[in-house]
Design a protein. Structure first.
Length: 138
């Protein structure tokens, strides 16, 4: 299935192809995602890197240590500042984690899991029917 998306101001537009069963949408409650997304969790859809194509605009890239000594790349719009995607150094050649809210019609890309649940806000309920990990790797 073909998905399209953009940043807030639509200066950056993209497309990707994936079957919904192959995509992995997940919530992340780590401190870095909370800061970048500006809310209590990050929500991304993991897709193969080669399926993602920028069709308009040129995103800027911010690179920083993700807190564990590994480099995290985040691409965003230089006009509106809206995030587009992210990927770790180890996943750089293989995957992209697309910001879920930038996908125009994300039907079929429901969350399959939550990471860093030990940092989930106490007032936020656990989502039923998906996996829950206290850390990234358990």
């Amino acid at each position: 299935m073909c998905y399209t998306g953009s940043c807030y101001c639509r200066a950056i537009k993209y497309t990707f192809n994936i079957e919904s069963s192959e995509a992995r949408t997940s919530l992340c409650h780590c401190h870095n995602c909370k800061k970048f997304f500006g809310t209590n969790y990050g929500l991304t859809t993991k897709i193969p890197a080669l399926s993602f194509k920028i069709i308009e605009g040129e995103p800027k890239v911010h690179e920083a240590d993700n807190g564990s000594g590994s480099l995290l790349h985040r691409e965003f719009c230089g006009v509106c500042g809206g995030g587009i995607l992210e990927y770790g150094e180890q996943a750089k050649e293989h995957f992209r984690y697309v910001m879920y809210g930038t996908i125009d019609k994300p039907e079929g890309l429901d969350p399959k899991g939550e990471f860093f649940c030990k940092y989930r806000e106490k007032w936020m309920p656990e989502i039923e029917g998906i996996f829950h990990k206290q850390e990234l790797k358990e």
